[in-house]
Design a binder for this molecule. Structure first.
Ligand code: PAF
Length: 277
């Protein structure tokens, strides 16, 4: 496995290959990321993972400075998952000058849910993902379903900008108790870690209710309110627990395929999760 930092070295490394499969990450990797790498492998004749903590997608009060940088451990894990090339640019490699051009995703996709609570997040994500795509020039890229809204917005960006890249989605990996694997789980204390599973449990109970009961507007609002209340009573600060239609994350209408999504803070750690119904 090769580790490269500059765009020039990355391009030189990939020049001999026909078809690149790509997994972008911010590092601090867990088994969910490695599953994406394994999923990417058969999609190309070379597999690239990027590790870059992207300042543009962090808000002023978020964890950019404290986000764990664990390059050596990440490289060992990527090697074991069969990754061929790790692209780990320094900030000056990817942003040698202030990044004043940006990709502005449409408000109806990007200013709801995560984008409502993290203004500018999806502009930061789309800008860096497009730039990483330009550096890596992949034929296929794999994103995790845990970031449901992110993978949907990236699919739309690729489609509207006619990028010649197949976007694949990887399933969410979960711990034995059901907690979705996330780099931010490492912030949880032992007590919080035991409690954290309740985000997925509340989403699971919403899925059960939707499968068995009414799906009208008022039933859905009641379900969302009950779910928010259930987490609040356990000491969480939920941002949203909501039922949306899968294809554009708008409020559902009869017959739509549904997804339930949640984001909530446990202590100082913000966790997200989702389940398709
Ligand atoms: O999902 C992530 O880790 C990041 O948002 C991504 C896609 C690597 C862009 O920085």
């Amino acid at each position: 496995m090769k580790l490269v930092h500059s765009i020039a070295d990355l391009r030189a490394e990939l020049a001999q290959h026909q078809r690149t499969a790509f997994v972008p990450t911010m590092g601090n990797l867990h088994d969910g990321h490695l599953a994406l790498v394994r999923q990417a492998k058969p999609l190309g004749d070379v597999t690239v993972a990027s590790i870059f903590v992207n300042r543009l997608q962090f808000g002023p009060n978020e964890d950019f400075d404290t986000y764990p940088r664990t390059l050596q451990a990440d490289c060992e894990k990527l090697h074991s998952a069969g990754c061929d090339v790790v692209f780990a640019p320094a900030e000056k490699d990817l942003y040698p000058e202030p990044q004043t051009f940006s990709v502005q995703p449409p408000a109806e996709l990007a200013n709801i849910l995560e984008g409502h609570f993290r203004p500018g997040f999806f502009t930061g994500v789309c800008t860096v993902v497009l730039k990483l795509f330009n550096c890596v020039q992949p034929h296929a890229a794999v994103f995790g379903r845990k970031d449901y809204q992110q993978q949907m917005i990236i699919r739309r960006m690729v489609q509207q900008l006619a990028l010649p890249i197949e976007i694949h989605t990887g399933d969410t990996l979960r711990a034995d108790d059901g907690l979705a694997l996330s780099s931010r789980n490492g912030y949880l204390s032992a007590i919080e870690r035991a409690e954290a599973v309740h985000l997925s449990r509340v989403l699971q109970s919403m899925v059960q209710a939707l499968r068995q009961g009414p799906r009208g507007v008022s039933a859905i609002h009641e379900l969302e309110d009950q779910a928010m209340q259930a987490l609040r009573q356990r000491g969480w600060q939920p941002d949203y627990l909501t039922v949306r239609r899968q294809h554009d994350l708008q409020a559902p209408q009869d017959g739509d395929a549904l997804v339930v999504l949640g984001a909530a803070r446990l202590g100082s750690t913000r966790l997200i999760d989702n389940l398709e119904v």
